[in-house]
Design a protein around this ligand. Structure first.
Ligand SMILES: [Zn+2]
Length: 184
C-alpha cells in the first residue's frame, strides 16, 4: 500500500475541470489505475478544486486516494495553502460515523469471507461483519450502530469511499500491514 504525500506547487493550478463529484472521484481513480498499468512506483496527481468548495474537493481527493492507495508513492500536488491544509487534514483524519437514530458510534461493515483479521477486528468492536454476497449497487448496509447492533444503514453512493477507507483503516492499519498512518 502506498505512501501518500502532499506537496505545494506555485502553479498555475490544474486546468482540469470535471462536472460533478462522481467525475472528480473518477479523475483520481483513473490517475491511479493508469500509473498501475504503467507499472510506476510513483505518481504525482494535480489536485482539482475548480467548481467545488475547497474542503469538499480535498475530502474527495483524500478519500478516493486512501481507498485505492495502490502505488508505492502518491504525491498529491496542491496549488494553494488552503487546499494543502485541507488535504493533510482529510488524509490523516480517522473516518468517523455516528448513528442517525441515537447518535452512538457506528462501525463500518466489512464484506467478504471472514478471516482471522476481520474476526479480530470484530471482536475488538471496530468493525461489523457482513456476508460474502453484496448487491454492490449502493443498497448494501455500510454502517452498524454500536448501541443497537440490529440497526444497519447505508449513506448511499456519496459516502462509498468513506466507508471503504473506514474498513481499510481498521483491517490494514489496526490488524495488518501498517500503511504509514497512525491508528486512531
Ligand atoms: Zn443507534
Amino acid at each position: 500500500m502506498g505512501l501518500i504525500e502532499v506537496e505545494m506547487d506555485d502553479g498555475p493550478a490544474s486546468a482540469v475541470e470535471v462536472a460533478d463529484e462522481r467525475a472528480l472521484t473518477d479523475y483520481y481513480v483513473n490517475a491511479l489505475l493508469t500509473a498501475e498499468e504503467q507499472e510506476r512506483d510513483e505518481v504525482a496527481i494535480p489536485v482539482v478544486t475548480a467548481g467545488f468548495p475547497v474542503e469538499r474537493a480535498a475530502e474527495i481527493a483524500a478519500m478516493t486516494i486512501r481507498s485505492l492507495a495502490i502505488i508505492d508513492r502518491i504525491r498529491l500536488v496542491a496549488f494553494d495553502e488552503e487546499t494543502c491544509l485541507a488535504l493533510r487534514t482529510h488524509l490523516a483524519a480517522p473516518v468517523e460515523e455516528s448513528c442517525p437514530r441515537c447518535g452512538a458510534r457506528a462501525v463500518p461493515i466489512a464484506y467478504g469471507p471472514w478471516n482471522a483479521r476481520n474476526m479480530a477486528a470484530r471482536d475488538a468492536g471496530l468493525v461489523a461483519l457482513g456476508g460474502c454476497f453484496v448487491m454492490d449497487d449502493g443498497t448494501d448496509a455500510q454502517w452498524e450502530c454500536t448501541a443497537d447492533g440490529e440497526h444497519r444503514w447505508t449513506n448511499g453512493e456519496r459516502d462509498e469511499r468513506r466507508h471503504q477507507v473506514a474498513v481499510l483503516d481498521v483491517l490494514d492499519v489496526a490488524f495488518g500491514e501498517d500503511r504509514g498512518r497512525s491508528v486512531p
